[in-house]
Design a protein around this ligand. Structure first.
Ligand code: CP
Ligand code: NVA
Length: 306
């Protein structure tokens, strides 16, 4: 039997995605009530990190422990992957010992190649193209605070990066409109844009993007792997800072989300995470809960009831 992977939001149906979020909310409630729930006892998640991480590592590791299992952190520096052992061979061997593998990598093809040879589920913990686990947390946060996002409008401000691409997928899967304000030459993935059609609109003026929006989000101007472009990006993205005045142009009940880490004074004003409209801390916490639902669905589907 081939394993089920989660490399993109498009690997699930909209019903499954909404189910994961509902289940994430249930698991959050269970944890808040102090209830033990350990369906993944003796299960082991391998976590390959080619890039740095705080939230992704912690949420997957803590999540596995809370579900009764274990997680093993694997750095390419300390494994044969970093010394040139083929991805395919690594996938075959690792998946004979593990119950699931989470990978944070550069090229998205590393994920698809690993998944093609893995006999256990592979989870995308961020690639240069996509960050689907983050969008599960974002969508959980919106649902908890404002109800269904269906038919609402979201605005993405800044770089058309991996997060922006995943917002496009989310717009298609969760059925909302998305306006992306980015500088010329920093647009999101063209194929995804074509697939999304009228659902996503590219604009240059951040005020046009946020006008009446129910959700506003942004991300760092320089993603991991782009460090050499810092100076030119700082200059180019300056008109794209999200601040209180910009949020004032959005809907009265707008929420602001940021996947973190944030660079205060760059993509957000120094005070924005303290603004009552910002839910970035809840959003970060929700990584834990909704990924536990994802692990449950992928590793132990028999226990999973969305
Ligand atoms: N948002 C997010 O993925 O954070 P980390 O880079 O800390 O994992
Ligand atoms: N776009 C950022 C997201 C970090 C969570 C990056 O790829 O570095």
């Amino acid at each position: 039997m081939t394993a089920r992977h989660f490399l993109s939001l498009m690997d699930c149906t909209p019903e499954e995605l909404n189910g994961l979020i509902r289940r994430g909310i249930e698991l959050k409630d269970l944890r808040n009530r102090g209830a033990l729930f350990e369906p993944l006892k003796n299960r082991v998640l391998g976590m390959i990190f080619e890039k740095a991480s705080t939230r992704t590592r912690l949420s997957f590791e803590a999540g596995m422990i809370q579900l009764g299992g274990q997680a093993i952190f694997l750095s390419p520096r300390d494994t044969q992957l970093g010394r040139g052992e083929p991805i395919s061979d690594s996938a075959i061997v690792m998946s004979r010992m593990l119950d699931a593998v989470m990978i944070r990598t550069y090229a998205h093809s590393t994920l698809t190649e690993f998944a093609a040879y893995s006999q256990v589920p592979v989870i995308n913990g961020l690639s240069d193209d996509l960050h689907p686990c983050q969008l599960l947390a974002d969508m959980q946060t919106f649902l908890e605070q404002r109800g269904s996002i269906q038919g609402k409008t979201a605005a993405w401000i800044g770089d058309g990066n991996n997060m922006c691409n995943t917002y496009i997928e989310a717009a298609m899967q969760f059925d909302f409109q998305l306006r992306v304000a980015c500088p010329q030459g920093y647009e999101p993935n063209a194929a995804l844009l074509a697939q999304a059609g009228e659902r996503v609109r590219i604009v240059r003026d951040p005020r046009e993007a946020v006008a009446g929006a129910h959700l506003v989000s942004t991300d760092v101007w320089t993603s991991m792997g782009q460090e050499e472009e810092v100076a030119q990006r700082l200059e180019l993205f300056r008109p794209y800072q999200v601040n209180r005045a910009l949020l004032d142009q959005a809907a009265e009940d707008v929420i602001f989300l940021h996947c973190l880490p944030a660079h205060r004074g760059e993509e957000i004003s120094a005070d924005l995470l303290e603004d009552p409209r910002s839910l970035a801390w809840d959003q970060a916490e929700n990584r834990l809960h909704v990924q536990k639902a994802l692990l449950e669905m992928l590793v132990e589907p028999a226990y999973y009831h969305a």
